[in-house]
Design a protein around this ligand. Structure first.
Ligand SMILES: Cc1cc2nc3c(=O)[nH]c(=O)nc-3n(C[C@H](O)[C@H](O)[C@H](O)COP(=O)(O)OP(=O)(O)OC[C@H]3O[C@@H](n4cnc5c(N)ncnc54)[C@H](O)[C@@H]3O)c2cc1C
Length: 387
């Protein structure tokens, strides 16, 4: 197979690979069949310190950057696992680190680093507004020293396996702000407390074994000290998390892409039909080669996005483009892998159908392909706004 040589992150790759090797295909397959949560795997990642990679050393973490975090996520997916069970902690972390107060960092980061608390959830999407985020209807109204939350969210992941959630809500009505991106705020929600006092969690059974939920807020009161940053600037802050999320998911798709190409190359080299390996046919070779080229290209864009993010430079364009390229490449690799396994690709014991479902999600979430194209057309190429 193609020799990537070793990169600056080989130590991290080797260590994460060694941990992942303790959780082979059978483990992830069983969790998928049971629609369970990979508790033992996430615990092992936490104990080994990988879930605290982004937390500064002074708070008990390793003080690494998004680049290293992306390597961790990539390696999980490349091993046959699914970072979707735990990637939230990585992309939510910078929102808290970069925009939280000293007091909030002191309160949460050491406990997240030790594994006592999990910060795995982010509540943005709503059923009636979809991708049109500035129209969200969930409101947070100040009442004394508390905010009162009312509204509804949908597709909010890992709520049942997290202690904390970062929630986006409107604090000033849309009609009263100059720019539609103003007047929203983000809050840290203590999930267990909230479930006792106004937040209802309704799980959504879905195509992937991805724990995700509908949330209903009925006069949920949260203390004012849980507001992150300044009131009204939440949309700007949440973009820190969203750009990290897009970049990390690009890395996960790259991990998936390598997993699919490794598996399919091995299979088509060994499977003989018509008296020769099926991989000798160019009709079989070309889709695999094409997917591989696209994974390699996506990888370059992912590192560019990570570098800019870690340097606190604007990285919106690169994060979106990396996610677009990587999700497309992994989906093409998934299709080739399934196709050239013939009937066997559909057998659960090969894990291809599971990984196929898992990587398909990233055409839609966390941002759909169309919305990335629209972002590039309008914000980078300067074409007229379509909405
Ligand atoms: C398993 C799963 C987990 C998720 N986890 C989370 C989470 O933890 N937190 C969270 O906040 N959200 C989460 N989401 C939500 C996810 O981010 C959204 O589903 C996604 O952003 C798409 O939004 P939507 O579903 O409302 O689709 P819509 O906005 O309704 O769009 C539907 C389709 O129409 C297309 N479309 C819409 N507008 C346009 C346009 N102007 N031009 C062209 N095409 C357009 C889109 O490309 C899309 O394919 C999750 C979703 C899933 C499925």
């Amino acid at each position: 197979m193609f020799d990537h040589g070793s990169d600056d992150y080989q130590d991290i790759r080797d260590a994460v690979r060694a941990l992942c090797a303790e959780f082979p295909d059978e483990y992830h397959r069983k969790i998928d069949e049971e629609r369970g949560y990979p508790e033992a795997f996430v615990d092992a990642l936490t104990k080994a310190g990988w879930m605290a990679a982004l937390i500064p050393e002074e708070y008990g973490g390793s003080g690494l950057g998004l680049t290293e975090a992306s390597i961790i996520m990539e390696e999980i997916n490349r091993s046959g696992g699914n970072s979707g069970a735990c990637h939230g902690q990585m992309y939510n972390m910078n929102t808290l680190i970069r925009h939280g107060s000293d007091e909030q960092r002191q309160r949460y980061l050491p406990k997240i680093a030790s594994g006592e608390l999990r910060l795995q959830s982010m509540g943005v999407t709503e059923p009636t507004t979809g991708t049109d985020t500035t129209k969200i209807k969930t409101t947070a109204v100040k009442k004394g020293d508390r905010y009162v939350i009312n509204g509804q969210k949908v597709w909010i992941s890992r709520v049942q396996h997290s202690d904390l959630m970062i929630l986006l809500a409107r604090t000033t009505p849309l009609a009263e702000v100059k720019k539609k991106s103003e007047g929203m705020s983000i809050f840290i929600v203590d999930i267990k407390e909230a479930m006792k006092s106004g937040m209802t969690v309704q799980p959504i059974l879905n195509m992937v074994n991805h724990e995700t939920n509908e949330l209903f807020f009925d006069n949920l009161e949260i203390p004012e000290e849980n507001l992150i940053g300044e009131e009204g600037k939440g949309f700007k802050y949440i973009l820190t998390g969203l750009n990290a999320e897009r970049t990390l998911i690009a890395a996960e798709c790259i991990g998936d892409g390598y997993w699919f190409t490794d598996r399919v190359v091995k299979y088509v080299s060994e499977r003989n039909v018509f008296g020769r390996p099926i991989g000798q046919n160019q009709g079989v070779q070309f889709p695999i080669a094409e997917a591989f080229i696209e994974i390699e290209a996506a990888n370059l864009m992912r590192f560019d996005a990570c570098r800019r993010y870690d340097a606190h430079e604007d990285c919106g364009a690169q994060a979106n483009m990396a996610k677009y390229l990587a999700a497309k490449a992994s989906w093409e690799a998934a299709n080739a892998c399934l196709q050239f396994h013939g009937g066997f690709g559909f057998a659960c014991e090969y894990d291809i159908e599971r990984k196929f479902r898992e990587t398909r999600l990233y055409q839609v979430a966390p941002i759909s392909t169309n919305l990335i194209l629209s972002y590039v057309a309008e914000h980078i190429l300067g074409l007229p706004r379509s909405f």
